[in-house]
Design a protein around this ligand. Structure first.
Ligand SMILES: NC(=O)c1ccc[n+]([C@@H]2O[C@H](COP(=O)([O-])OP(=O)(O)OC[C@H]3O[C@@H](n4cnc5c(N)ncnc54)[C@H](O)[C@@H]3O)[C@@H](O)[C@H]2O)c1
Length: 317
């Protein structure tokens, strides 16, 4: 029997050393374009519900690799001193099927989730949009803010029920901590809460605002009241996923919005569909999180290792 292959292991530090927020934004943008043009593929993610939340199995292929991401969303975990998202990504060579790498899931998820917030703002916010409101300054709120700052948005207002969370993010970026209302007054509002209750209510959003909703990434979650969804021009990362477990699901099931009203981000990026059509309208992007975003960041990690920028650990199974 041939000796078992040597597998590269990238921990969180290696991933973050390999891929900057700016690089993640470019990679994730490209991933959406490749997926929209049919070059990359991705079956729907599978949710396995358990008492503490859910596990997700997320396969996708693109750029010569195929991945399986196995990750949690256990939103009560921070109370127990544990992260919401835990797991790993198995990266295989698409041609040979050989396992190439095991990659830390938290850092890849944080980078690709933050990156899509920046891509959505670049495509859907008003041309003159600058200020950023972050509602929810936990792990993914921090990375969304870092990526928006890397895309030269700001200054921003950070709101979180935890003053420490809001204050430390604001301090890091030279932004300010403020109230939820202050954050909602900004040009680009990014919501990254556990999604258990609406934190954007009817009548609170100004004309011309861009909203990115990141927290509602599974069944039963929502961060905005249905009236807010109904009042906006709607965009999502992927319709099948967003219609079943995202910010749009409640309004869709209540018959307040229809499929025809929702445009996928990839269609805007490839020019197949328009994005914002006036400075006055509210745009709302529903991010449920796609495995193609993870493919995009994993490719950047592998290339950084090939270029000698980071040195992975090795495992032999
Ligand atoms: N769309 C995606 O691709 C994607 C990716 C990763 C995580 N998520 C989701 O994002 C959410 C947040 O994940 P996380 O890892 O950042 O969690 P986290 O626990 O690190 O952060 C959540 C933050 O929200 C704050 N918060 C709670 N209630 C709030 C409220 N009413 N108003 C404002 N802030 C409030 C908490 O204090 C905390 O700081 C989860 O629902 C997770 O499943 C989505």
């Amino acid at each position: 029997m041939a000796s078992p292959p040597d597998i590269a292991v990238f921990d969180g530090d290696a991933v973050l050393a390999a891929v900057s927020p700016s690089e993640a934004i470019d990679r994730v943008r490209n991933g959406f374009v490749e997926y929209a043009s049919g070059a990359w593929s991705m079956p729907p993610k599978v949710y396995l519900e358990v008492p503490n939340g859910d596990f997700r199995a997320m396969p996708a292929r693109g750029g010569g690799i195929a991945i399986l991401k196995w990750a949690t969303s256990f939103t009560d975990n921070p109370v127990r001193g544990l992260p919401v998202v835990q797991g790993l990504i198995c990266v295989s060579d698409e041609a040979s099927g050989s396992v190439l790498a095991l990659v830390d899931v938290r850092s890849v998820t944080a980078l690709r989730t933050g990156a899509v917030a920046a891509v959505a703002a670049q495509e859907l916010a008003r041309e003159d949009a600058r200020t950023v409101g972050i509602v929810g300054c936990g792990l993914h709120g921090r990375w969304a803010a870092r990526c928006l700052a890397a895309a030269e948005y700001g200054p921003g207002i950070c709101f979180d029920p935890s003053p420490e969370a809001a204050g430390s993010l604001a301090g890091e970026l030279g932004w300010e901590a403020g109230t939820r209302e202050d954050a909602l007054d900004c040009d680009i509002v990014t919501c990254v809460t556990p999604g258990r209750e609406p934190i954007v209510r009817a009548g609170e959003v100004h004309h011309g605002t861009h909203l990115t909703m990141l927290g509602a990434d599974g069944p039963g979650k929502a961060e905005a009241e249905m009236e807010v969804v109904q009042s906006a021009r709607l965009f999502c990362d992927e319709w099948l996923q967003a219609s079943h477990g995202g910010e749009l699901t409640g309004a869709l099931e209540a018959g307040r919005i229809s499929r025809e009203q929702v445009t996928e981000l990839g269609a805007v990026l490839t020019g197949a569909a328009p994005g914002r059509t006036s400075d006055n309208e509210i745009t709302l992007f529903d991010s449920t999180g796609l495995a193609i975003q993870d493919v995009a960041v994993c490719l950047a990690v592998l290339e950084a290792a090939e270029a000698g920028i980071v040195k992975p650990g090795r495992a032999c199974l």
